[in-house]
Design a binder for this molecule. Structure first.
Ligand code: ME8
Length: 653
């Protein structure tokens, strides 16, 4: 059986995971599942990269040991392991670079390279980017800052060990330029131009200024450079230079390393040079995927724009989220993430196209044939050829896309067939065939074709949405033997007299406004749950000076009319008597809590000297005051109302 080894970058647990990290791991999981579907003996590795100064610093700030700090992020509630479980990540192994066997391997590897003369002692003078844990030479800096993250760098000088990276420059150039080692091809130029052409300098591979790393056992004031420690995880996890595993000898290596674009330099220059030094085989491929961006910028906790994968998966479903990530963003390029796009994709591809195909087809088999198709399926028609041809040719196209690391293209092919199948329903109008008893064999044939198209799409979608495809198979009556890779290329594998079992709607349609509101509420609740209790105490809120407060003009206002704003789920439009003799219009997003007719005649409190704002094309002059609190995770809102003894226009002071 062909062995296939694939890895994700090991995550640096200095903070919580965001949707960008999830993207990378879901993609690798999809490839691993695809190879398993093909019958390969797959080893899929992920893990965490736990050493380095940044973690030592963060742990100190938190008042815990570095190990306690990383343990919480890796193993704690809603930590890394929990997230991969939730996302249905099928890794066979999880490595932590603090694991004893890995530490032992790094020490042995360091010694072997030292004994060989590829690592030597010298003095490090240069620049260091602490957040990226990267050394840079003066010439590599961009405007004096780290070329990766743009942040300031520090001067660094210390006794250090160096790796003779320069010795491997020609071999690395050849590897990049003349093989398909680094993909997509577009990344090759960047590496050669920025790093190889200016000349590769030897690489500093030890530090003495902090302790949180793998100690060099023959010179213990040094710890191994975190990238050396991290890169070797790909083979130490197979048992290289340790006795914990024996999979390295069993032939899993060389494997495929999937990495994000900012760490392609480490993986396509330093990593192969390390392996060359040890005379070990190089990875089959390094694939550098793009970034998910938010509003065109990088996702990062510090920008306060992290999108929590837990919340997204809980709100929209694990498979819908997995699917969206793979369907929407071409794998080698950057893409702009947005929740609106996620909801749109769910509605279009999953609810309208795939979900509808399954529910319409099973409903018709159920309605016209009492759930089991009859064996008599005469009358193939010429109009069937196009659908049959597309379905029969689908697996090859899908395979070509997957093998060139283009899962988005594979999904494009599958959805072309899903859409074609939906069109086939309309072309054949089964409801019309059902009216004529003589047409029943043709009707059975049409429905069988639809089930076949659905089944083949289901087989090929399994790596992307494993749980949903199981449900899909159960509904269309596809048993285990027709869920296989082989059967994915065989038109007619489904037994003719198949029995369908109508089930729940696989992907219900979402209401955009409601879904966004629910997401906002879930995010707010999660943020609250994250905060230490003391920060919720009102006395810690920012103070407003008395004069500023006095500038606010609060008035009693009487509701003359109130109506829902067209095309808005939330907004109510109030016509108010504010005592001035001229009506005042205020818009308020409170429809969730109040029906407009219940508010007419009530006296409310409004702040009336805010600058006018436009909402849904209407002007709002002021804001109604309400009291808001959360009960059982639900946001509750009450408008402040006063009794009739207070006339409209009365000023609150
Ligand atoms: O780089 N979009 O760890 P890491 C897409 N420990 N991918 C993103 C992303 C985004 N917005 N943000 C991060 C490290 N990633 C090292 C790896 S491997 C020997 C050591 C990806 O936690 C990023 O590109 O900073 C990287 O591939 C992965 O998440 C882990 O990032």
């Amino acid at each position: 059986m062909e062995k296939y080894y694939i890895t994700t970058p090991i995550y640096y647990p200095s903070d919580k995971l965001h949707i960008g990290h999830t993207y990378c791991t879901v993609a690798t999981d999809t490839f691993a599942r695809y190879k398993r579907l093909q019958g390969c003996d797959v080893m899929f590795l992920t893990g965490t990269d736990e050493h380095g100064q940044k973690i030592e610093d963060k742990a100190r700030e938190a008042g815990v040991s570095p190990k306690e700090f990383v343990d919480k992020i890796v193993e704690g509630p809603r930590g890394v392991l929990d997230l991969w479980k939730l996302m249905n990540i099928s890794n066979d192994r999880f490595i932590r670079t603090t694991d004893d066997y890995h530490v032992q391997s790094i020490q042995r590897i360091f010694k072997r390279m030292f004994d060989k003369g590829d690592i030597y002692k010298g003095t490090y003078k240069g620049k260091y980017c602490k957040p990226c844990e990267s050394f840079w030479t003066e010439s590599q800096l961009k405007d004096g800052c780290c070329p990766d993250c743009g942040r300031p760098v520090e001067d660094a000088e210390e006794e250090a060990y160096f790796f003779r990276l320069s010795k491997y420059a020609d071999r690395i150039r050849d590897l990049l330029e003349n093989t398909d080692f680094l993909q997509p091809r577009s990344r090759v130029n960047e590496m050669v131009k920025n790093f190889i052409d200016p000349g590769l300098e030897d690489l500093c591979v030890s530090r003495t200024s902090f302790d949180w790393g793998v100690p060099i056992d023959f010179d213990p004031k040094h710890v191994a450079y975190v990238w050396m420690d991290a890169l070797f995880n790909y083979i130490t996890a197979l048992g290289y230079e340790n006795s914990r595993y024996d999979d390295y000898e069993k032939g899993y290596w060389p494997g495929v390393n999937i990495v994000g674009k900012e760490i392609v330099r480490f993986h396509s220059i330093i990593w192969p040079a390390f392996l060359m030094s040890l005379d070990e085989p190089l990875p089959k491929h390094v694939f550098g995927h793009g970034w998910l961006l938010l509003d065109g910028g990088k996702m990062s906790k510090s920008k306060g724009n992290v999108v929590d994968p837990y919340i997204l998966a809980e709100q929209f479903g694990v498979d819908a989220l997995r699917f969206f990530l793979m369907r929407t963003f071409p794998f080698g390029s950057d893409g702009n993430f947005s929740t609106e796009l996620l909801i749109q994709t769910i509605n279009t591809d999953l609810a309208n196209d795939l979900g509808n195909l399954v529910s319409r087809t099973t409903a018709m088999v159920d309605k016209y044939f009492g759930s089991t198709l009859p064996a008599d399926q005469r009358y193939q028609a010429e109009m069937d050829d196009n659908l049959k041809g597309m379905v029969s040719g689908l697996r090859d196209k899908y395979q070509a896309a997957m093998d060139s690391f283009a899962p988005h293209k594979a999904l494009e092919e599958v959805f072309r067939v899903v859409q074609r199948a939906n069109k086939y329903i309309d072309e054949n109008a089964p409801w019309a065939l059902a009216k004529n008893p003589e047409e029943l064999p043709r009707l059975a044939c049409v429905l069988y074709h639809l089930l076949e198209a659905t089944r083949v799409c289901g087989v090929l979608l399994t790596p992307f949405m494993p749980d949903s495809c199981e449900k899909l198979f159960a509904q269309i009556g596809a048993e285990a033997e027709v869920r296989t890779w082989d059967s994915g290329a065989r038109w007619g594998a489904l037994p003719k007299t198949v029995t369908v079992r109508r089930g729940e709607n696989l992907f219900p349609r979402l209401d955009m406004d409601k879904a966004l509101d629910a997401l906002e509420a879930a995010e707010a609740a999660a943020k609250k749950a994250d905060l230490p209790e003391i920060e919720l105490e009102p006395q810690l809120e920012e103070k407003v000076d008395f004069d500023t407060f006095c500038k606010s003009d609060f008035r009693a206002v009487k509701v003359k009319a109130c109506e829902a704003v067209k095309k808005s789920e939330k907004l109510l439009r109030f016509t108010l008597d504010d005592g001035t003799g001229t009506d005042r219009q205020i818009l308020s997003g409170i429809h969730k809590w109040y029906e407009p007719e219940d508010l007419v005649g009530k006296t409310l409190i409004a702040i009336v000297n805010l600058p006018p704002r436009k909402m849904m094309g209407l002007e709002s002059c002021g804001m109604l005051i309400s009291a808001v609190h959360t009960e059982k995770g639900e946001e509750c809102l009450h408008l402040l109302m006063v009794d009739d003894s207070i006339p409209a226009g009365a000023k609150l002071c």
